[in-house]
Design a protein around this ligand. Structure first.
Ligand code: PAF
Length: 283
């Protein structure tokens, strides 16, 4: 594995490979890696000649500065984990000034995509994500880039950005990886106490139950209320939003029959830790 800190060094590695017509895959991360990230890296290694993994905690996407401060950082541990799957990786771990030599003042227009859910509750978050991802794409110039479906809205936003900026990169979505308990893997899980973790597993349990048992009998409004009430009844959990939306436009639905791709997206506070998850009701 090669750990690279500067764009110059990265280009020295990648440009000769590009010139030799090798394909470059890219997995952008903020570190605190887990099996979810590793599934992206494994797919990236399988699809491409070269796999670049970036580890960069992007300050512009944190609307809550406390959250930025508390974001888990351990590059050495991340590298050890990456080494367990391949020694053939390029890890790009730039400084803030390397990524943003000047403040990024670009404002993106995502239409209605960022007016709901995460976009509504984390103002400016997706603008920051688009800033860093477009900047990293510009640096790495990947043929393919891999993103997890756990960040469902982020994936839609990045696809939109790629179309808008006419970028020549294929976005590859990867399924959510869950613990055996059903809890969606997230870097933020590391901040949960044992008691909070025991509460957090109920989020996916209740979502799955809503798909398996309730959804055929209840309206969308009733499902939203029931899921929200059930999760709020669990100790330590507080739902920030639960929306049932069209999986492409992300706009809320009133009736199950309005879309062939119905997705429920949720954000829940477990103590101070904010967790997100989603479930496809039909597709
Ligand atoms: O999903 C993440 O970890 C981040 O939002 C990303 C895509 C690496 C951009 O900082």
């Amino acid at each position: 594995m090669k750990l690279i800190k500067t764009i110059k060094e990265l280009h020295k590695e990648i440009l000769p490979l590009r010139a030799a017509n090798k394909t470059v895959g890219f997995v952008p991360t903020m570190g605190a890696l887990h099996e979810g990230h590793l599934s992206l890296v494994k797919q990236c290694l399988a699809d491409n000649d070269v796999c670049v993994v970036s580890i960069f905690v992007n300050p512009t996407q944190f609307n809550d500065k406390e959250d930025l401060k508390k974001y888990p950082r351990n590059v050495e541990k991340d590298c050890r984990l990456l080494n367990t799957i391949s020694e053939n990786l390029i890890v790009f771990n730039p400084s803030e000034s390397e990524v943003y030599p000047e403040p990024d003042t670009r404002i993106f227009n995502f239409g209605q995509l960022d007016k709901v859910m995460e976009g509504k509750f984390r103002p400016g978050h997706f603008n920051g994500v688009a800033q860093v991802v477009s900047r990293l794409f510009d640096i790495v110039k990947p043929d393919r880039a891999y993103f997890g479906e756990k960040d469902f809205q982020q994936l839609a936003i990045i696809r939109h950005m790629v179309r808008q900026l006419k970028l020549d990169v294929q976005i590859v979505p990867m399924p959510i990886i869950r613990e055996q308990s059903g809890l969606a893997l997230s870097s933020r899980n590391a901040r949960l106490t044992d008691v909070q973790r025991a509460s957090a597993v109920n989020i996916s349990k209740i979502l799955f139950k809503s798909r398996n048992e309730m959804y055929k009998h209840l309206t969308i409004a009733e499902t939203i209320k029931k899921v929200t009430d059930q999760i709020n009844a669990v100790q330590n959990l507080e739902v920030e939003y639960f929306e049932i939306v069209d999986g492409t436009t992300l706009q809320p639905l009133n009736d199950w029959s309005e879309s062939e791709y119905v997705v429920g997206c949720i954000a829940v506070f477990c103590g101070e830790v904010r967790l997100i998850d989603n479930i496809v009701y039909n597709s």
